[in-house]
Design a protein around this ligand. Structure first.
Ligand code: DGI
Ligand code: FE
Ligand code: FE
Length: 186
């Protein structure tokens, strides 16, 4: 599917603010793909669709998780943890995405996982550093992303985990597995 068609399809599924975020992730992911020699069309598609399920009905997401036999552990977590895995199902069923790397980039964009591909890292990092993001430390993350995608991934995941701990939130097992994998990879 072409960019404009994808954008038209995702727009009504989210508030304006999230749509603007999505455009930012798309532009950043394309830039990173060019910088790190990844397929920029794949980056564009994954970025446009990545938050498609962010505002989906929680009961509907739970039904999808059961029907598609996704990890039942997901049912114990909030919508933030579900929207990536469910978004990948939406990408396949409603957007006709068949490329497994694109689907994985959507599926794992919130928590990461062990053994992430370059495309998955690009989407994870782009999601955090796109121009509309404003949090302490984002300038440093952008600077790292401009010179080393692996270091950027480590810095972004470390930032997310530190934020979750500082705000007293539980950490999804895959987030920890991702962190450990990245820190061993070094
Ligand atoms: O959907 P976005 O807001 O663009 O970004 P996201 O999908 O990366 O993250 C959504 C939220 O999920 C964000 O507030 C951080 C949170 N999150 C990421 N990893 C974990 C998590 N929340 C919990 N409880 N546990 C995690 O491991
Ligand atoms: Fe998200
Ligand atoms: Fe996002």
């Amino acid at each position: 599917m072409e960019r404009d068609e994808l954008l038209t399809k995702i727009k009504p599924r989210m508030p304006e603010k999230r749509y603007i975020h999505t455009i930012g992730v798309m532009e950043t992911a394309i830039q990173l793909a060019k910088l790190y020699d990844e397929d920029s069309k794949h980056a564009e598609t994954a970025a446009i669709i990545h938050d498609v399920a962010k505002y989906a009905d929680v009961d509907w997401m739970k039904q999808v998780i059961v029907r598609e036999q996704l990890d039942p552990e997901l049912l114990q977590w909030n919508a933030e943890i579900m929207h990536g895995p469910v978004g990948a199902v939406v990408a396949r069923d409603e957007f006709g995405v068949t490329n497994e790397d694109i689907l994985n980039a959507i599926r794992h964009h919130t928590t990461g996982r062990a053994g992430m591909t370059k495309l998955e890292k690009i989407v994870y990092v782009a999601d955090m550093i796109e121009p509309n993001r404003k949090f302490d430390g984002v300038v440093r993350l952008r600077e790292i992303a401009s010179r080393d995608i692996n270091e950027a991934m480590r810095a972004c995941v470390s930032h997310t985990l530190a934020f979750l701990i500082a705000t007293g939130q539980p950490i999804y097992p895959l987030s920890i597995i991702c962190y450990n994998d990245l820190m061993r990879e070094e």
